[in-house]
Structures are given as structure tokens and as C-alpha cells.
Design a protein around this ligand. Structure first.
Ligand code: UGA
Length: 436
């Protein structure tokens, strides 16, 4: 079976590499020639643990090719659509222009029976519309069938999640489509990965519902953190305690800066927008509150930083540890850390940022911030240190050593994961979010 993967961003590049690892011959197609050139050279244009060696291996073996020409996808039996659906500039809705453009560019090359498999996160109803469009534009007509197979991979664990998914969802309209998907994922299925076979709208909704649930869980604990801040309670212990109830579960109950990235924020907004379009806005109004709680956390961090500095920010030296939206990623899309760094900078603070992998991307989005090349470099002379992305190297830093380079030993732990006792023992004034 030959496979094409349309779109080679965080999702597509990993998916294409994963399929090559399963032994398929894969061509990745993207309109971005810089990205394609890097991938064809065996280099991922972004940081994702474990991806580069696998990518190199399969580019070298010849199983994995990359191209900017959709005609190179023509002889594939299966085409995965992996292009992005960011938030629209002018509304909360998902921007479908990349998906639509990909389908329009691919369809004229669908000259033989094939299966197009959508993986992008799309508004419910899109698959139905796209199936009609493919049938109308493809020379193969009805023999170019669509299926919807949402993706649940997490950045930072993308390779592992692709090779060993925790579930597979097949939105299909025929036995043929289901059989093809079962064949592609045979190894994972044999290893016990559960498969849920559904219609199109259910498959589309599974994805946005999962992300909406995760976002709600994070905002729930962050709302409780606000109460803890007023009452002097400790949200981290509270989360441990409620998390022991396995109906609740401890995962995704880490209070702190809140969620960012290219998925959760835009997916809850796109879901709300779509609910409005289909006349069910009331069902998801709670997601507006989830979003608001999340954004309040970023303001709260800036507020505490100002408090720690005695009420005035202008001209004060602030060290920001972390720029990526989460550790093990260089992705700065909607990054809580950079929102705070940028906000403090606009208020006149002298902000220096360090991140192990995301400096280049951060510099592109926030060119006016100052960037350092190490934790120590960022903290030298700082009056407050903000720990905003929980990279292991920040957790492992020696507070006594760091204490010797800062101007004042103030640390604000926006991720609630530093060892507060160790920092206090080294003479730091430690502040967390929702904990004393
Ligand atoms: C998310 C989902 O977890 C994936 O299942 C999904 O496939 C992906 O979106 C997608 O739609 O493509 P991702 O954006 O990589 O994955 O990141 P998460 O691990 O979900 O983290 C999202 C944000 O929530 C991060 O900023 C993280 O720091 C924050 N978070 C996470 C918390 O603030 N608290 C927690 O307890 C957990």
C-alpha cells in the first residue's frame, strides 16, 4: 500500500514518519518548500523528541519522500489530510482554508480508486461537505472515498502516540474504508489499541470533545486555585486528594499558567463557534468560561510579579524561564509563558527569556524581548524569576547557585512544580499559583 500525507507540520511530519516506520512507502506533500527541503534532508523543521533519527532513517531507506507537487501523491492508495485548522483572524471559528485548499489541490490527481483520510481537527459537518467535493472534483469520482480518523497525539510524545495510540477512531461510510484503516493500523490493533467505528459527525466530534474536556479539567483546577489563593489552601495537595478518586483522576489536574498551544485554545473556540452555527450555542456557553479562567491565570502571574516587585514594573529586571507552551516542544503558539513575558515587557519591565528549545520561534513572534542562552544567563541580575514552562532543567536547577547570580531571590512558580521547600531553604521567597 502506498500512502501520501498532505501537510507536513507537527501532525503530518510525525504521521508520515510513523507510517514509514510501519513499513509503508510514504510521500509527504506540503506547499511550504522550506519545510519540504528540511524534511527531504532528514531534518524536522521543529523540535519533537525521537523524531529526527526516525525521519533520517526512513529518508535514507527511501521509504519516505517529501515533495511540493501534489502530482507526486497521484499513485498513492491512501491520502492522509494533516493540514492545520488554526483560529480564523476574524472570529472564533476554525480556519478551514488550508483543508479546503489541500482537497482542491489533491482531488484532480485522484485518478484511481483510493481512500482520503482526514486527520485535521475540523468543525462537525466538514467531512460530509468534503466527501461531496472530492467526489465532484476527482477523476475517480465515487471511487475516491473519504474517511475521518481524528488524531490525538500530544506534542512532546508525538512519536510514541503515533506508533502506540491509546485509541483509534474510524469515521467511515463503507466496509471498504474500515478495512483499509484496519490494515494500516494492524500492528497497533493487534497490540490491543481499541477501535471505535463511527459515522462522520461522531468522529469529528470525538476530537473536539476530547480537547474540550481536557481544557475544562485544567480550567476547573485553575478555578479552584483561585479559591485556594483567597483561603490559603494548597491546590497541589487538593488535586492529589481529589485525583485519588479514579472517577476524577490526577492527570490534567495541574493548576498553574493554564493551557496554551496550537490545539486546546483554538479548539474550544472553534467548537463554540460551530455550536452557534448549527443552532446549539447554549450547549457550549460554559466553554467561554473555561477560556476566561484560562486567560485569567496569565494575568494573575503578571499581577503577582508586580506585587513581588513592590507594585512597580517599569525598568525592573525580570527573568522568564520558558517560552514554549509546554516542555519537550519548541511550539510557542498561544504560549502562556510568552504572553506573560510580552505583557511585562510592554509595561516597561526588562524581561530576559530563556528556553531550551523554543528561543528561535519565540524571537520570531516576540522580537523585542531579550533572550539568553542559559538559565543562569537569563537570571543574572534579575529581581524576580518567573518559572513559566516546566522543562526538567528548570526543575533540576540548584536554587543556591541561581541565588548567587540574581539581584533578589524572588521566584514565582507558574507551573507549581519546583520544590518550594528547597527554594525557601536556599533563601528564596517562593510564590506558587493557588498554594501558600
Ligand atoms: C492536545 C491534546 O492533549 C492531544 O490529545 C491532542 O491530540 C492535541 O491537543 C491536538 O489537538 O492536536 P497538546 O496541545 O500537544 O495536545 O498539549 P497538552 O499536553 O494537551 O497540553 C496543553 C496545554 O495544557 C499545555 O499548555 C500544558 O502546559 C497545559 N496543561 C496540561 C496544564 O496547564 N495542566 C495540566 O494538568 C495539563
Amino acid at each position: 500500500m502506498r500512502i501520501s500525507v498532505i501537510g507536513t507540520g507537527y501532525l503530518g511530519a510525525v504521521h508520515a514518519t510513523g507510517l514509514a516506520e510501519l513499513g509503508y512507502s510514504v510521500v509527504g506533500v506540503d506547499v511550504d518548500s522550506t519545510k519540504v527541503a528540511a524534511l527531504a534532508d532528514g531534518r524536522a523543521p521543529f523540535y519533537e523528541p525521537d523524531l529526527d533519527p526516525l525521519l533520517r532513517k526512513h529518508v535514507e531507506s527511501g521509504l519516505l519522500r517529501f515533495s511540493t507537487d501534489f502530482a507526486d501523491a497521484a499513485d498513492a492508495d491512501v491520502h492522509f489530510l494533516c493540514v492545520g485548522t488554526p483560529q480564523r483572524q476574524d472570529s472564533l471559528a476554525a480556519d478551514m482554508s488550508f483543508v479546503d485548499a489541500a482537497v482542491d489541490a489533491l482531488a484532480p490527481h485522484l485518478i484511481r480508486p483510493c481512500l482520503v483520510v482526514g486527520k485535521s481537527t475540523v468543525p462537525v459537518g466538514s467531512a460530509h461537505r468534503l466527501a461531496e467535493r472530492i467526489e465532484a472534483l476527482a477523476p475517480a469520482g465515487g471511487d475516491a472515498e473519504l474517511a475521518w480518523n481524528p488524531e490525538f497525539l500530544r506534542e512532546g510524545f508525538a512519536v510514541e502516540d503515533t506508533l502506540n495510540p491509546n485509541r483509534l477512531v474510524f469515521g467511515v461510510r463503507s466496509q471498504r474504508a474500515e478495512s483499509i484503516l484496519r490494515e494500516i493500523y494492524a500492528l497497533a490493533i493487534a497490540a490491543g489499541t481499541p477501535v471505535v467505528v463511527t459515522d462522520f459527525p461522531t468522529a469529528e466530534l470525538v476530537k473536539v470533545s476530547a480537547n474540550a474536556f481536557l481544557a475544562t479539567k485544567i480550567s476547573f483546577i485553575n478555578a479552584i486555585a483561585e479559591i485556594c489563593e483567597v483561603t490559603g489552601a494548597d491546590v497541589t495537595k487538593l488535586a492529589d486528594a481529589i485525583g485519588h478518586d479514579d472517577r476524577i483522576g490526577r492527570r490534567f489536574l495541574n493548576a498553574g499558567m493554564g493551557f496554551g498551544g496550537g490545539c486546546l485554545p483554538k479548539d474550544i473556540r472553534g467548537f463554540m463557534a460551530r455550536a452557534g452555527e448549527i443552532g446549539a450555542a447554549h450547549a457550549l456557553t460554559f466553554l467561554a468560561e473555561v477560556d476566561a479562567i484560562n486567560l485569567r491565570r496569565r494575568e494573575r502571574v503578571a499581577e503577582i510579579a508586580r506585587e513581588v516587585l513592590g507594585g512597580s514594573i517599569a525598568g525592573r529586571r525580570v527573568a522568564v524561564l520558558g517560552a514554549a507552551f509546554k516542555p519537550d516542544s519548541d511550539d510557542v503558539r498561544d504560549s502562556p509563558a510568552l504572553t506573560v513575558a510580552g505583557g511585562l515587557h510592554l509595561q516597561g519591565a526588562r524581561v530576559t527569556v530563556y528556553d531550551p528549545k523554543a528561543i528561535e520561534n519565540a524571537r520570531r513572534s516576540f522580537p523585542t524581548l531579550t533572550y539568553a542562552e542559559s538559565t543562569i544567563g537569563a537570571c543574572r541580575g534579575a529581581e524576580v524569576v518567573l518559572h513559566l514552562t516546566e522543562w526538567p532543567e528548570f526543575r533540576e536547577v540548584d536554587p543556591a547557585l541561581l541565588g548567587s547570580v540574581v539581584a533578589r531571590r524572588n521566584v514565582l512558580d507558574g507551573r507549581n512544580c519546583l520544590d518550594a521547600d528547597a527554594w525557601r531553604a536556599a533563601g528564596w521567597s517562593y510564590r506558587g499559583l493557588g498554594r501558600p
